[in-house]
Design a binder for this molecule. Structure first.
Ligand SMILES: [Zn+2]
Length: 260
């Protein structure tokens, strides 16, 4: 991946409300659950572009490991700490060293997740803690994910399945379902029945994604935004998409910044 992708990711990690908010939550949790007073010895596994390291350094010295060469180079440059490469469990780490081991959106990418946790267990000092964040929605990302386009593939499969399910309920056919990177729209439906979505839908609340899918499928019946169209949307969705529209209005601009 090219350098500017990491520059952009680092900017998003730094400024996007989701990352900023989560760092505040993590800071509060570590403050509450810290295993001892005084500086903690911390290990971040899978640090990506290093956006959490400064937050973790509030609590003590941080070591980090990251398998992706480009992300690791970026994180090293950004944080000034030496970051180890390699994949768990084949990473040389001292036993009994760490008061806190952190994996943020990492475990779901490791094929042998149990093996990775078992390998980390002996690295904890007595009383040490492991902190894990894993996605409850397929909507969390890191420099590694975006650089490797994991979500786009996932988005395409998810959106295609959801679109076909809604279309069969509506009794209409749809053509190709594509996922792309449009400048301003979240979805579009051509007169031939092809539907295209923004990959960013997968980053949004599920209800917003559902409402967008229903909107595009409803265009198979009405190629306009008149009263019959809105009635069809309500029928297919089971509600008027008021909250979803408000959400897009409030967060759409921020969503368009992701991955730019
Ligand atoms: Zn429309």
């Amino acid at each position: 991946m090219e350098r500017h992708v990491y520059d952009r990711m680092a900017e998003i990690d730094r400024d996007h409300w989701w990352f900023v908010g989560r760092r505040k939550i993590l800071t509060a949790l570590i403050g509450r659950w810290r295993p001892k007073q005084g500086p903690l010895r911390i290990l971040e596994v899978g640090c990506g572009t290093g956006s959490n390291i400064a937050m973790l350094q509030q609590f003590g010295p941080v070591d980090a490991i990251e398998p992706d060469d480009h992300a690791r180079a970026f994180a090293t440059n950004r944080t000034g700490i030496a970051i180890k490469g390699g994949y768990l469990p084949d990473v040389p780490l001292e036993d009994g060293r760490y008061d806190l081991i952190v994996l943020l959106d990492v475990l779901e990418h490791i094929p042998d997740d149990k093996g990775a946790l078992a390998a980390l267990r002996p690295k904890l000092a007595p009383g040490g803690r492991l902190m894990l964040a894993v996605p409850a929605m397929p909507s969390l990302w890191s420099g590694h994910d975006v650089a490797h386009h994991h979500q786009r593939r996932y988005t395409a499969r998810t959106l295609e399945a959801e679109t076909r399910a809604v279309a069969s309920r509506a009794g209409v056919t749809v053509g190709r379902v594509r996922v792309g990177d449009p400048r301003s729209r979240w979805g579009s439906c051509s007169s031939s029945g092809d539907i295209a979505y923004s990959w960013r839908l997968i980053l949004m609340p599920v209800a917003v994604r559902e409402a967008t899918v229903v909107h595009e499928v409803a265009h198979r019946l009405h190629m306009h935004h008149g009263p019959e169209f809105h009635e069809e949307v309500e029928r297919l969705l089971g509600r008027a998409p008021k909250t979803e529209r408000a959400w897009l209005k409030a967060h759409g601009a921020a969503m368009h910044r992701v991955g730019r």
